[in-house]
Write a protein that binds this ligand. Structure first.
Ligand SMILES: [Zn+2]
Ligand SMILES: [Zn+2]
Ligand SMILES: [Zn+2]
Length: 159
């Protein structure tokens, strides 16, 4: 089964498409989480809240709520951290991995993956002078953000 909007894979029970956020039910059955009397048209692909035409933002074919409209996404991944310092990016990666988060460090350039974890092309990365980017799967963004915020708060109090 495929989504009529983005042709992403769906399960028969889906009432929304997890790839683009469009609702697969008839309009009028579901209401916006911010505006309880307004019919919802989609869910935010990050937090799965129902949005309406007023409060939903569609970016690169994906629906987002106002809280998440500025989250950068590449393919099925959401950007959680970005730094020109590869060591800092690696640190964030290990913090997220320590709480069981799936994570990749990579840079989606025009050729997709420029660099991905493991150190062998560190030098070429520095030569390219591109920020290292830490991505998590889109549906896990909120959980990862929370873990990162907690870690930031606890490392601030330890100083
Ligand atoms: Zn879709
Ligand atoms: Zn959201
Ligand atoms: Zn709304």
């Amino acid at each position: 089964m495929k989504c009529p909007h983005c042709s992403g894979e769906l399960t028969p029970e889906s009432d929304f498409c997890p790839h683009c956020g469009n609702l697969l039910e008839d309009e009028g059955n579901v209401f916006c989480s911010m505006h309880p009397h307004v019919p919802g048209i989609a869910v935010c692909v990050i937090c799965r809240r129902v949005v309406c035409r007023e409060c939903g933002k569609k970016k690169s074919g994906r629906w987002l709520c106002l809280d998440h409209e500025n989250v950068k996404m590449e393919q099925d991944w959401a950007l959680i951290f970005e730094s020109p310092d590869i060591n800092e990016a690696e640190l964030i990666k290990s913090v997220l991995e320590s709480v069981g988060q799936r994570v990749v460090v990579r840079n989606f350039g025009p050729n997709n993956v420029v660099w991905e974890g493991g150190g062998d092309s560190l030098f070429s990365r520095q030569a390219l002078n591109r920020p290292a980017k830490v991505f998590v799967p889109i549906p896990e963004y909120e959980k990862a953000k929370l873990a990162l915020d907690e870690w930031t708060a606890s490392s601030a109090t330890n100083h």
